[in-house]
Design a protein around this ligand. Sequence first.
Ligand code: GLV
Ligand code: MN
Ligand code: MN
Length: 423
Amino acid sequence: MLGDEIVSRINQLGTISETPEHLARIFLSPEHRIAADLIMSWMRDAGMAAHLDAIGNVCGRYEGDRPGLPCLMLGSHYDTVRDAGKWDGPLGVISAIACVADLNQRGVRLPFAIEVVGFADEEGVRFSSTLLGSRAIAGTFDDSVLNTRDSSGLTMHEAIVRFGLDPTRIGAAARARGELHAYVELHIEQGPVLEQQNLPVGVVTAISGATRLAANLSGMAGHAGTVPMALRRDALAGAAECIVAVEEFCKADSAGLVGTVGVITAMPGATNVIPGRVSFTLDIRAPVDAHRKLAVAEIVRRIEAIAKRRELSLQIDVTHENRTVPCAPWLKTQVAEAVVAEGYGVFELPSGAGHDGMAMIDIADVAMLFVRCRGGISHNPAEHVEPDDADAGARVLLRLIENFGPRKEGGSTHPVGQLRPPL
Ligand code: GLV
Ligand code: MN
Ligand code: MN
C-alpha cells in the first residue's frame, strides 16, 4: 500500500524540527536543510535526479521516454508554521515521490517527464513575504525581499548564504512556460468539508486570494499607576479595538470573508507601562477578489477611524497580496477522471488556504487534489490524515499521472499515453 510508506515518511519528517516539543521547520533553518537532504535522498531512491536550487527548493526529475521532454510538475512545500501539523505541505511532496517510485519500479516511462518540487517557503513564517520557493520557479521572485530581516535581524540574503546557497543564483531557478505541461498539487484539505461528505479526496476549484497587512499604532508610553485613564493614548487598547472590529466585520459577511490577526507585539512590554507602540498583522481572504479588495479597504477605513478617535498615529502597509487562482478546467477534468477511476465520487471544493499554485499559475495551468483532514484541524499539531486516505490520494495522483494528456492547442486535451484501465 502506497499509504504505509507515505505515513512512515510523514512521521520521519515530523521529527525534523527546531524543538522536539513542537514541530517548527522554518525556511532556511538548519532543520530545513536536514529535511531537504532527506527528501533529495528519497527522490534519488525513486529514480529521480535531484538538486537544491538557490532558494532552497528541492527539485527532482524523472525523465520521460526520452530525455529533455517538458514535464508534469507535482509538488508542495516542506516548510511549516510554528507548532505545526505533520501533513500540511509534506504530504504532497512525499505522495508525488511515492508515485514516481512506483513508476520506476515497474520500469514505466511516459511521453513526458515528471518533476517533483518540495517548495522551500510557502508559509512565510520567517520573513514577511511568502511563496518564495514557487515564486523563484515561476520567475516572479522579487530580489528586494532579500533585504528583509527576520526577527533576529538577519537578512534573507544572509540566511540563504548560511544555508549554503548563493542568492545571486535565484534567477537561474526560474522555469519557462514551455518546460511545463501543468502543475498539480496534492494537499491535506485543512478544513472539514471532505469529512462531512464522507469522501477521502476532493477536486479543488480555485485557491482563494489573500491580502496580508502590517499595522503599527503609536500612542504614548507612560506610568501604569499615575496616568489617569482619560489622558491615556494606549496603543494596545487601540489595537484590541481594531482586532474586535476586524472580527465583527468579517463575521457579519455572508460571502466567505475571513480575517485573522495572528501576530501582535506591544512595546515596551512591561506590566507597569502603558504600551506606547503596537504592531499587528492582518490576513484577509475571500473566494472573490473584488469582494476581498472592498473588504480590505473598509477594514483599513475602520482601523483609521479607531486610531483617529484614540489619537494614535497609524502606519498600515500591504505586505502580501495574491489574487484568487482558478484551477484549469481541462486539468481539473483529468483529476476528476482519476478520482472516478479509483472508485470515488467526485466532489469539488474551493481552497481557503494558500498554496504554491498561486505562484505557479504564472507559468503553468494549475490543479489540486485535496485529501481528507480529520476534524478539519490544521496549522495545529492535532492535524491528521488517516493512512487509508493518504493511500487513496496517492493512488488518484498515480492514476492522474499515468493517464495524463497535455492540453492541446485550442483548449481540449489528447491522451499521450495509453489510458491505464482500472486495477
Ligand atoms: C498557508 O497555509 C496559508 O494559507 O497561509
Ligand atoms: Mn500548505
Ligand atoms: Mn500551511
